[in-house]
Write a protein that binds this ligand. Structure first.
Ligand SMILES: C[S@@+](CC[C@H](N)C(=O)[O-])C[C@H]1O[C@@H](n2cnc3c(N)ncnc32)[C@H](O)[C@@H]1O
Length: 440
């Protein structure tokens, strides 16, 4: 009988990861996040190179390759089965600007590569060994151009810590069942968790019973990669930033735009305390604590070049924005945020939404609306809230070309049950309920 290898370097390999897509990793989102805080970013109108470390099924890369023909996209992963599925997607869509590299992080770091303008890593860092994290940092240090952006998603302290006992329980279930597959271990673990939940074991932790009940509904593919790894390492953001800075990069901001709006994302009672803190590392630590931050999507850059205030303004003014399919009507808007519900000021947001419903609009045009005259910062914040909520998106500074490839990719997604709708003008995609018919 063929022995199935369950883990490689402490990471699950006998079950592919589930499909996932994050707008925050797409080139235009990354460039816009840097632009919003006044930094130069790689130009999307020129050829660029983009690499995802631990790309899994590479849905992010397939979307990007179809929408940014001038980009060259490289996905790296040591799970050959996952890469094979991604390769079939690229072939079905006729994409020639995507390269899938079967390698682990150590061998990648030792390889020669043309330098990249973007490097992204999502859902991977906190679940691999410290040695493999070092290899990622080596790659980042060696293979990025000046001005390149590095996006890193990771589990953060203190919010992720509450799941540590659950991860330990699931891992122990797996260890107690030698010879069983990861999928079998997850089924056993779900059964045990449901029993414990019903027995009220988690009832002293606010929201935990509901959280675990929802978690038990997730598929084994997601749960195995989330909880069965030997390493499960939430980190303090200030510690992580220090490590990335040692690799020669600077911390810019979060790719989660809400987290950059301190006056909204930090509870009101904490604002006066935060205002007294100047040290950047202490500020980040305090904010993580105040928000009970669970995960972060941080953005770093090699040799950041700040734009002059005039150039920053003209860069933002030239940006255009377009509503996404899930955008609400111009009515009283409530944002569901990690620190609670925020009621959007109606006068501002209904004016903004009404204008945007007429079609894509530049920042400069929105500035002309009476409510936003002399209110540039307020307009910028309102747009970032709408982008964060996935209601709005910046528009690409070029015309996306090959619609045939996009249609072929949309067809392949549909065949695979991947509920994503491409939004070519915005260089992104949106999640769609599977029951709804979707087209590109
Ligand atoms: C949870 S998945 C994330 C996939 C994708 N980034 C996403 O967000 O959908 C983590 C990926 O990292 C890969 N991985 C883990 N350790 C690795 C290593 N040492 N070298 C290369 N890939 C690795 C796994 O095979 C897996 O596909």
């Amino acid at each position: 009988m063929k022995t199935v290898i369950k883990k490689q370097q402490g990471y699950v390999v006998d079950l592919p990861y589930s499909f996932s897509f994050y707008q925050e990793m797409q080139p235009l989102w990354l460039v816009s996040a840097a632009g919003f805080i006044g930094l130069q970013a790689p130009k999307l109108t020129e050829p660029f190179r983009y690499c995802e470390l631990g790309c899994g099924l590479a849905v992010n890369l397939l979307v990007a390759a179809a929408l940014y023909p001038q980009g060259h996209f490289v996905g790296v992963d040591f799970n050959a089965e996952q890469l094979e599925l991604a390769r079939r997607g690229a072939e079905a869509a006729g994409l020639s600007n995507i390269e899938l590299v079967h390698a682990d992080f150590a061998s990648l770091a030792a390889q020669q590569h043309q330098p990249f303008d973007f490097m992204v890593c999502h859902g991977t860092w906190s679940w691999i060994s410290p040695q493999n994290q070092q290899q990622i940092l080596r790659t980042v240090q060696q293979h990025l151009n000046s001005g390149a952006l590095f996006y890193l998603h990771y589990m953060c302290q203190p919010g992720s810590d509450r799941m540590r006992p659950v991860q330990q329980l699931i891992k122990r279930v797996d260890c107690s069942l030698p010879g069983q597959s990861s999928a079998q271990s997850i089924e056993q673990a779900k059964h045990l968790l449901r029993q414990l939940n019903q027995a009220g074991v988690f009832s002293h932790q606010p929201g935990m019973t509901e959280h675990l009940a929802a978690l038990c509904e997730r598929d084994a593919n997601y749960l195995a990669h989330e909880f069965l790894t030997d390493y499960w390492l939430p980190e303090h953001s200030a510690d992580l930033h220090q490590r990335v800075v040692q690799a020669g990069l600077s911390y810019l901001c979060s790719a989660n735009l809400f987290d950059n709006l301190d006056f909204l994302s930090v509870p009101a009672e904490v604002q006066p305390i935060l205002a007294t803190v100047k040290d950047p590392a202490l500020r980040e630590t305090l904010k993580d604590l105040a928000r009970n931050q669970q995960q972060r999507q941080d953005l770093f850059q090699v040799q950041p070049k700040p734009l002059s205030p005039a150039l920053q303004l003209s860069t933002v003014q030239a940006m255009q924005f377009q509503l996404l399919p899930h955008a609400p009507e111009a009515e009283a808007l409530r944002f569901q945020t990690p620190i609670g519900e925020i009621l959007a000021p109606e006068a501002l947001f209904s004016t903004l939404l009404t204008r945007l419903q007429q079609g894509k609009t530049s920042f400069k045009d929105l500035q002309q609306l009476p409510v936003f005259q002399q209110q540039t910062a307020v307009l910028l914040q309102a747009l970032q809230m709408l982008i964060w909520a996935k209601y709005l998106h910046p528009v690409l500074p070029f015309q996306p070309s090959d619609s045939q490839q996009q249609q072929q990719l949309a067809t392949w997604f549909r065949q695979q049950g991947i509920a994503l709708q491409l939004i070519p003008q915005c260089g992104t995609a949106v999640h769609f309920p599977l029951t709804t018919e979707f087209t590109s």
